[in-house]
Design a protein around this ligand. Structure first.
Ligand SMILES: [Mn+2]
Length: 354
C-alpha cells in the first residue's frame, strides 16, 4: 500500500514539512483549491503542485477531487463541453505523472454534517450528522450552517460561488431522478474511461456521505448494489471506487467487509476512518481506533489485505484535538495518529499471514 495524507496545498493550515515528518508516509493526495468544477487544470499548475510536494520529499499520489460540473451531473445540453474539459485535465494530470483521480457524482451536496465542532466528553471536537436536524431544515440553510462553523476555511463543495447560485442549481436538477443521474454518470464514464486507459489514470468514485438521500436529491453511491452497478457501466480497472469506510459505514446496513470482498479489485483508493453511531441516522466521526467508534477497523484492514489492495490509502477525517486550529476534520494530530494506527494494523496483519 501507498500511505497518503490529504493536503490542500499552500492554503492548508498544515505545513508540508509536518506531513513529511509523519512516520511511514509516502506522499500526499492533493488538489488545486482554486479550481471550480468545469475548469481545465493546466499542466504548469499541476506541475507546480507536484514540484512543491516533491521538494518536501513526498510523492503526489493522486488528486481529490477533480470536481464534476453540474452540467455533466444534471445532463444539460452543454455537458459535452465540460466533459471535453475533464478529458483535457485527465491528459494534463497524466503528463505530470499523476495517475489517480477521486471524484464524486452527487447533486448539490457533496458531503453534509450538522455540527462541525461537536464537543466530546474529553474536550476534543468531532463532526456530527443528525438526520433530525436536516429534516427541519431548508437545503439552503445547510450552507449557512456549514459556513457559520467553517472558521474561515474554504470547504470544498461548500464554496460561496455555489451558494450564490443555489436556487439556479436546484432548478438545474429538476427532474433528475436516481435513474437519470445514473444515466448521466454512464454517459460521462463511457466518454472518459477509454481516455483514462490510454493515459493510465485511474478513476475512483467517492460514496455518498451520509449514504442515504437528503433533501430529496438523488444519491447513487450509497451501498454495494450501487457500487456494483457503477462498476458495470464500463468494466475496466480504470473505472473504480474510493472505499470510504466512514461514508459507507455510517449506514449500519452496509457490511463493509462484504463490500471490500465483492468489489476488491476495483478499489482504487481508500479513505480509512471510523464513525460512532449516536442514534437513528445520527453519528459522529471518531478517532480511527476500533475501540473509539462503531466500526471494526481491524476487520476492514484484514479485508483489504485479503483482497490484495495495493493502492493509495489515507486516514480520513480526524477529530480536532490539542487546541489545533484547522479545517474541520483535517487537522494534523488526530489524522497522524490515525495513520500510525493503520500502519500498525497492516504490519500485524501482514506479518501474521506469513
Ligand atoms: Mn471520504
Amino acid at each position: 500500500m501507498k500511505w497518503g495524507f490529504r493536503w490542500y496545498g499552500q492554503g492548508d493550515s498544515i505545513p508540508l514539512e509536518n506531513v513529511g515528518q509523519i512516520p511511514g508516509i509516502n506522499g500526499i493526495v492533493g488538489t488545486l483549491l482554486d479550481k471550480l468544477p468545469g475548469d481545465i487544470w493546466e499542466v504548469d499548475e499541476i506541475q507546480e503542485l507536484k514540484d512543491s510536494v516533491e521538494a518536501g520529499n513526498l510523492e503526489l499520489l493522486g488528486i481529490e477531487s477533480v470536481a464534476i460540473h453540474d452540467a455533466i451531473k444534471a445532463g444539460t445540453a452543454d455537458r459535452d463541453h465540460y466533459i471535453d474539459n475533464y478529458i483535457q485535465t485527465i491528459k494534463n494530470l497524466s503528463k505530470c505523472g499523476v495517475h489517480l483521480i477521486c471524484y464524486s457524482f452527487k447533486p448539490i451536496f457533496g458531503w453534509a454534517k450538522t455540527n462541525l465542532f461537536y464537543e466530546n466528553e474529553d474536550g476534543s471536537f468531532s463532526l456530527v450528522y443528525d438526520q433530525s436536524v436536516v429534516d427541519n431544515m431548508q437545503p439552503s440553510e445547510m450552507y449557512t450552517l456549514i459556513h457559520s462553523q467553517s472558521k474561515g476555511f474554504r470547504l470544498p463543495g461548500w464554496e460561496k460561488e455555489r451558494l450564490d447560485k443555489f436556487n439556479r442549481l436546484v432548478e438545474t436538477y429538476e427532474g433528475v431522478t436516481e435513474e437519470v443521474l445514473f444515466e448521466n454518470l454512464s454517459y460521462f464514464l463511457q466518454k472518459i474511461i477509454p481516455i483514462c486507459e490510454e493515459m493510465d489514470v485511474k478513476m475512483a468514485i467517492h460514496p455518498d456521505d451520509p449514504p442515504w438521500e437528503i433533501f430529496g436529491f438523488p444519491r447513487i453511491t450509497k451501498n454495494l448494489a450501487d457500487l456494483k452497478r457503477i462498476l458495470s457501466i464500463v468494466d475496466s480497472p480504470y473505472n473504480g471506487i474510493t472505499l470510504c469506510t466512514g461514508s459507507l459505514g455510517a449506514d449500519p446496513a452496509n457490511d463493509l467487509v462484504e463490500i471490500i470482498h465483492e468489489v476488491g479489485e476495483r478499489i482504487n483508493f481508500v479513505h480509512f476512518r471510523n464513525v460512532g453511531f449516536m442514534g437513528e441516522r445520527k453519528f459522529k466521526e471518531t478517532a480511527h481506533l476500533s475501540t473509539e467508534g462503531s466500526l471494526d477497523m481491524y476487520a476492514l484492514m484484514q479485508a483489504l489485505v485479503d483482497v490484495g489492495f495495493d493502492g493509495v490509502i489515507r486516514p480520513d477525517h480526524g477529530r480536532t484535538i490539542w487546541g489545533e486550529v484547522a479545517m474541520p476534520g483535517y487537522g494534523l494530530y488526530d489524522r497522524a495518529m490515525g495513520i500510525t494506527y493503520m500502519q500498525g494494523l497492516h504490519e500485524a496483519i501482514t506479518k501474521a499471514k506469513k
